[in-house]
Design a protein around this ligand. Structure first.
Ligand code: UD1
Ligand code: CA
Length: 455
């Protein structure tokens, strides 16, 4: 049977105390609903209906994919009512998987296990055994172990309350029968809501087999209702990513002190020190060493490169055997060829630094092309902006720029040229020659320092 996924995302999320709809709260930099949609993609489901309510406009704007279908639930009358709102989008003869927009840690394999039990038109529910089932729906089985019903906390008898197997909220059922069961739901229960969970007893009464598939790991079915749970889920998620990295051959100084908000791929024998944050798509080569406190976004770093402590970089490309930092800031478009260096308090933007070139101290390089084996002295600045437009600086191979030089762009420093320390140059410096520009030095003999006036 072809699969349709229904994602329940109409809840208000009052306990978040936020202007943002709950399903847009970020986990590892991505909205909760984004994680659930990734899960749907991972199980190869191409037909998805999102049930929205509160903050619907914002939710739709955050997920503009044309393939998503949206069903409005204007009033939150219960989970059963929410699924019913999605049914007009779903033909008979399909298998319907119900997920919650606020349950982001499920694994694709767990869902596959659930789906495989329902392939022949049976009903499946994902359950888990937990130590403290308070608040959850309890799974009620008959003496032979078949699932009979799900009883909500507020409707449960003292006996039922002792059951530790709980409903994760994930259910799958054939669409035609689901439609009938949903139409027959009533609000005759402690909360006066249409319970999706009542579909289970309806199925059992109809003689449809209900399979309870147990997830091994209670973390997977964790629902996010408040910021404490959001932080706890972040912790679990980061721990998973840290474990995957270590399993792939990366050493972490402390797996509890790395944050990955996006995708981090790495070659083997890379080492990552504490308190590093990775955002967007980051690709590391082999034997890369990342010092503590790095913030690295959408950047590739080549083999054997060392990132010294406390560097911040974004949209940059760093080759093999480079040395960056400590305290370097690489802004979008910074490119470092193999074996080049950027030292402390150096900022590089939209510039190419050639092979073996060094920009070691307190320098700003912006809109520049720097050749190979160039030495840029301490405190050198490319004056790239005239207040209206940006201009380019070109520095040839093996040039030597002394300390404290201002290069007023547009300008070209030739190959093998030397620019004397302290110069402000605004015309091209020819190949192989020394160019400098300094006021003549004076000494005023016998000059007296001012002294404070006595009162
Ligand atoms: C539900 C289950 C419970 C299960 C628990 C797991 C029911 C009746 N109970 O309880 O058995 O153990 O989840 O977390 O299904 N929603 C809507 N529209 C509504 C109501 C809810 O879209 O009218 C959405 C919520 O946004 C949320 C999800 O459905 O994503 C679950 O709703 P929630 O109120 O949290 O259900 P629980 O009471 O926790
Ligand atoms: Ca609830």
């Amino acid at each position: 049977m072809d699969l349709t996924t229904v994602i329940l995302a109409a809840g208000q999320g009052t306990r978040m105390r936020s202007a943002l709809p709950k399903v847009l709260q970020p986990l590892a930099g991505k909205p909760l609903l984004g994680h659930v949609l990734d899960l749907v993609a991972a199980i190869d489901c191409s037909d998805t209906v999102v049930v929205y309510g509160h903050g619907g406009k914002a939710v739709q704007a955050a997920f503009p994919a044309e393939t998503l279908k949206w069903a409005e639930q204007a009033e939150q009358l219960g989970t059963g009512h929410a699924v019913k709102m999605a049914m007009p989008h779903i033909d008979d003869g399909r298998l319907v998987l119900v997920l919650c927009g606020d349950v982001p840690l499920l694994r694709p394999a767990t869902l596959q296990a659930l789906l495989s039990t329902c392939a022949n038109g049976d009903v499946g529910v994902l359950t888990v055994d937990i130590d403290d089932p308070t608040g959850y729906g309890r799974i009620v089985r008959d003496t032979s172990g078949f699932v009979q019903a799900i009883v909500e906390q507020k409707d449960a008898s003292p006996d039922e309350l002792t059951v530790r197997e709980i409903n994760s909220g994930v259910i799958c059922a054939p669409s035609a029968k689901l439609r009938q069961w949903l139409d027959a739901l009533s609000t005759d229960n402690a909360q006066g809501e249409y319970y999706l969970t009542d579909v289970i007893s309806a199925a059992a009464n109809d003689g449809t087999t209900v399979h309870a598939v147990k997830a091994d790991d209670p973390d997977e079915v964790m629902g996010i209702n408040d910021r404490r749970q959001l932080a706890a889920a972040e912790c679990i998620y980061q721990h998973r990513l840290a474990n995957e990295l270590m399993d792939s051959g990366v050493s972490l100084a402390d797996p509890a002190r790395i944050d990955i908000r996006g995708s981090l791929r790495s070659g083997q024998d890379t080492f990552i020190d504490v308190n590093c944050v990775f955002e967007g798509d980051v690709v590391l080569g082999e034997r890369v060493h990342i010092g503590p406190g790095a913030v690295i976004k959408n950047t590739t770093i080549g083999d054997d490169t060392v990132i010294h402590p406390h560097c911040v970089m974004e949209d940059s490309a760093i080759g093999a055997r480079c040395q960056i930092g400590p305290f370097a800031r690489l802004r979008p478009g910074a490119e470092f060829a193999a074996g080049s260096k950027a030292g402390n308090f150096v900022e590089v933007k939209k510039s190419h630094i050639g092979e073996g070139s060094k920009v070691n101290h307190l320098t700003y390089i912006g809109d520049a092309t720097v050749g190979r084996d160039v030495n840029v002295g301490a405190g050198t600045i490319t004056c790239n902006y005239d207040g209206a437009n940006k201009h380019h600086t070109t520095i040839g191979d093996e040039a030597f720029i002394g300390s404290g030089v201002n290069l007023v762009a547009p300008i070209t420093v030739g190959a093998g040229a030397t620019v004397g320390a302290g110069s402000t140059i605004s015309r091209d410096a020819p190949d192989g020659e020394l160019t400098l520009n300094r006021a003549p030095q004076k000494t005023i003999t016998g000059w007296q320092r001012p002294v404070k006036k006595k009162r």
